[in-house]
Design a protein around this ligand. Sequence first.
Ligand SMILES: Cc1cc2nc3c(=O)[nH]c(=O)nc-3n(C[C@H](O)[C@H](O)[C@H](O)COP(=O)(O)OP(=O)(O)OC[C@H]3O[C@@H](n4cnc5c(N)ncnc54)[C@H](O)[C@@H]3O)c2cc1C
Length: 261
Amino acid sequence: MKTFNFKSAANAKEATKLASGRATYLAGGMTLLPAIKLGLAGYSDLINIKKIKGLSGIKVSSKSLRIGSTTTHAQVASSKEVGKSIPSLAILAEGIGDPQVRNRGTIGGSIANNDPAADYPSACLALNATIHTTKRKILADKFFKGMFETDLKKRELIESVEFEVPEKSAYAKFPNPASRYAIVGVYVAKLKKEVRVSVTGVESVVFRCKKLEEALSSNFSPSAIDSVNISSKGFNSDIHASAEYRAHIIKVMAKKAVSSC
Ligand SMILES: Cc1cc2nc3c(=O)[nH]c(=O)nc-3n(C[C@H](O)[C@H](O)[C@H](O)COP(=O)(O)OP(=O)(O)OC[C@H]3O[C@@H](n4cnc5c(N)ncnc54)[C@H](O)[C@@H]3O)c2cc1C
């Protein structure tokens, strides 16, 4: 269905009230509108959440960085607070799509959509993020369930994403040259208590790479990655890259990320 009612919510409570039946939230529209135009999705009502003031903005403390769900990729990329506390996150945002996408697309829309090749889900996993919704707090480890599938329930609205401020971190992406989505993206973070490594673009959903985490926990240096054996079993194989190539590129991107930490 390409016809729908367009409603703007003034606050989160009103948005969740409006989102009944076959309604859905509209943030930047960068994924939702093409899906509707292509006939891949249809809704009775689109609930615009971009006018809700409390959902946008960036707050930083010594331990965490909290980004409102409707904050755009361009705002994250250019934020002084993000650049100072988690520069790798600003670099990730700067590498998303093109200027048009970065000026419309939002962090909440990106993680709610959970595209298997999206960048932000890898940041959420590596930086031990907590997703704050209108109902609860969800750890990133439990949030990303499968291809385009998250732990969000019907009408549950993401309000903000809270990242742990790491000691060191970096994101390295081998992008699709047309869309800039990740063919392989690796996010490496040395947190206070652990090292986390997440991988996007490679399976049906973003995942943590335990082998790389173990290797880097004992020696946080590019050379520690040399002896890690990454199996290509279950990896995506498509016109852009075979499963074996993706397995190889994971190590290349991981080394690049650790080198730039
Ligand atoms: C040409 C192109 C290139 C792109 N390249 C990249 C890339 O390189 N890397 C990358 O990571 N992404 C890329 N994207 C995706 C883009 O970055 C957007 O983040 C993404 O499309 C969704 O964000 P949005 O704000 O536009 O969400 P929308 O399209 O408005 O919504 C997407 C989905 O999320 C739901 N939703 C939105 N906000 C919330 C919320 N607060 N709570 C609950 N549900 C919500 C909507 O109901 C909908 O189901 C690209 C997109 C395009 C069109």
